[in-house]
Design a protein around this ligand. Structure first.
Ligand SMILES: [Zn+2]
Length: 216
């Protein structure tokens, strides 16, 4: 049983570490994006409400985000195994509501995991991705380079950099994350309930640090 949150900027390697945590602790990975999509696809009342805001190009209000997330946490798999939250909470208000929700059930969070990576490393990771125009295969100029620069190993197609991966967009994504999440890190620090993990270390080392923070 594990109840935790995975925090970390874009490029911190959250996806990879989340997969490892799910595998080791047998815990459902609750990503905000996934639960929003599921509610909208299934046409739930919560999904319809969220869709109205999204159609207007407005942010889904905190209270509705909390409702959608806690509704997911009420399902059997979370009751049995706990949860690894990813993308929720995103604000201090949401974090307070999550604590209230858990307290109402006599539960509390385990250690929150914060993956820390220096900005220059994040920039290298985020801007190094190259995608094949023909088959969509994904490469990384540092981590997963193609055999021949600019050419897809699989189909010989031309590799390009997606607009999302350019410097300006990458910097903006990091800034948005920092502005949004810094207060959240403070919140869990005050509660003495956060472990700052070096996300720039090799994958296995980072995962070992996570396990040592969460306990076997
Ligand atoms: Zn290709």
């Amino acid at each position: 049983m594990l109840r935790t949150i995975l925090l970390g900027p874009p490029g911190a390697g959250k996806g990879t570490q989340a997969d490892r945590i799910v595998e080791k602790y047998n815990v459902p990975h609750i990503s905000t994006g996934d639960i929003f999509r599921a509610n909208i696809k299934n046409g739930t009342e919560l999904g319809k409400k969220a869709q109205e805001y999204m159609n207007k190009g407005e942010l889904v209000p905190d209270d509705l985000v909390v409702e959608i997330a806690t509704d997911r946490l009420m399902q059997d798999d979370c009751k049995e195994h706990g949860f690894l939250l990813d993308g929720f909470p995103r604000t201090v208000y949401q974090a307070e509501k999550l604590d209230e929700f858990l307290a109402g059930q006599g539960l509390k969070l385990d250690t929150v995991i914060d993956l820390e990576v220096a900005e220059d490393v994040l920039m290298k990771r985020l801007t190094g991705r190259r995608v094949c125009k023909a088959c969509g295969a994904s490469y990384h100029i540092v981590n997963v380079p193609p055999k021949q620069e600019g050419i897809c190993d699989k189909c010989g197609g031309e590799l390009f950099q997606r607009a999302d991966d350019n410097e300006e967009t990458a910097k903006n994504r990091i800034d948005v994350y920092n502005n949004e999440t810094a207060p959240l890190v403070d919140y869990y620090e005050k509660a003495g309930n956060i472990a700052k993990i070096d996300g720039a270390a090799p994958l296995e080392e980072t995962f070992a640090s996570i396990v040592s923070a969460l306990g076997e």
